[in-house]
Design a protein around this ligand. Structure first.
Ligand code: ACO
Length: 331
């Protein structure tokens, strides 16, 4: 163990109980199971219960990560929550998680609005916090997106699902050493993927509410698709180069679970067979900031990752933001 090693010491996740199939969407919009499966690979997703909130889900995932580490909430020294679907507007979701979890009065903050890249960004921040002296950081990615996106717009509603997942980051190689991370942003592309109403630019109004504009996710699907493939491939290669690792040495890629076609295109770009790429979007849809940690948690829980394996995380989201990290599992 080098004195600069930082690793993941616990994995956790939570998905709501309610399963919503593609068929169920036909009650709300003009769509079909065939269209959704063919264009996205998604078969079903989870939808939060009416009495469930973002912080409830994040706290459940946090408890699961603490249990995997074998510690209580009092052992956490900092909390970062990545989300685009917060508990309330102000304060941030991390404040709610700190209280619900029963953590000490530790620094807690959100990394909000980074779309699906939020978790990798947050884990990279956690890593730097540990390197500068914080003992143990809880990082959660959570999204309750089915409540904030219109159920009347077929182009977007069928894509998403609700979930929370996260990790604990601390010094040492732990269960999976974070060998390196790279993140980036291109703000010039914000307008092709945005939930625009409600901020200072376009404050919430009765007129918007009557037209349900506040639930309208603006998304240029094909452009987002192209950017996602390009950025997830590129940033994945960047992090490998930064740590001096080779793509052939990577045992598994855990990409953002947006769409099976995006994931397949990334694999093709990188010349990596799909057997090496972990997907669970078929079951959960696109869960935004929760997508990468949920897939990682599931792959780890199912014993799909062996000691010594190099695992590449790569993600992309609104902003545009992107991020990748390379992990080496230790056992
Ligand atoms: N059911 C049935 N038909 C639909 C649906 C639906 N749910 N949604 C759109 N269509 C129709 C369109 O209206 C269009 O009809 P038309 O030909 O009569 O005009 C037709 O299907 C084809 O639409 P396209 O948008 O061209 O379909 P495409 O093959 O590009 O697939 C999709 C659309 C799945 C959104 C794809 O572009 C995509 O995945 N883009 C990436 C978007 C994404 O992942 N967003 C999530 C957030 S960002 C992220 O996580 C990276």
């Amino acid at each position: 163990m080098t004195n600069t090693a930082v690793g993941i010491s616990g994995f956790g996740g939570y998905v709501p109980e309610r399963v919503m199939t593609n068929e169920e969407w036909t009650q709300y919009v003009d769509t079909s199971d065939e269209w959704i499966v063919e264009r996205t690979g998604i078969h079903r997703r989870r939808v939060a219960a009416d009495d469930e909130s973002t912080a409830d889900m994040a706290t459940a995932a946090a408890r699961s990560a603490l249990e995997s580490r074998g510690i209580g909430p009092e052992e956490i020294d900092e909390i970062i929550v990545a989300t685009d679907t917060p508990e309330v507007y102000t304060p941030d979701t991390a404040s709610f998680v700190q209280r619900k979890l029963g953590a000490r009065e530790v620094p807690s903050y959100d990394l909000g609005g980074s779309g699906c890249a939020g978790f990798v960004q947050a884990m990279d921040v956690a890593r730097s916090r540990v390197l500068t002296g914080t003992r143990r950081v809880l990082v959660i990615g959570v999204e309750l997106i089915t409540r904030l996106v219109s159920w009347k717009i077929r182009e977007t509603c069928v894509l998403f699902g609700d979930a929370a997942a996260g990790v604990i980051v601390e010094r040492g190689p732990q269960m999976a050493e974070i060998l390196g991370a790279r993140t980036g942003t291109d703000g010039s592309q914000w307008s092709i993927l945005t939930l625009e109403i409600g901020g200072t630019r376009k404050p919430f109004s009765l007129e918007y509410a009557q037209k349900e504009e506040h639930l309208k996710l603006i998304m240029e699907g094909r452009a987002v698709f192209r950017h996602a493939v390009h950025r997830m491939s590129e940033v994945g290669l960047d992090v490998l180069e930064a740590v001096g690792a080779k793509l052939e040495d990577v045992a598994m890629i855990v990409p953002h679970q947006a769409n099976l076609r995006i994931v397949q295109a990334v694999a093709k770009n990188l010349s990596v067979p799909m057997e090496k790429v972990y997907t669970n979007l078929q079951e959960y849809g696109n869960t935004g900031s929760a997508s990468v940690p949920l897939a990682l948690w599931e792959a780890h829980s199912k014993g799909r990752i062996s000691p010594g394996d190099l695992v590449l995380l790569t993600s992309f989201g609104a902003g545009f933001h992107w991020g990748a990290a390379l992990l080496r599992f230790t056992g």
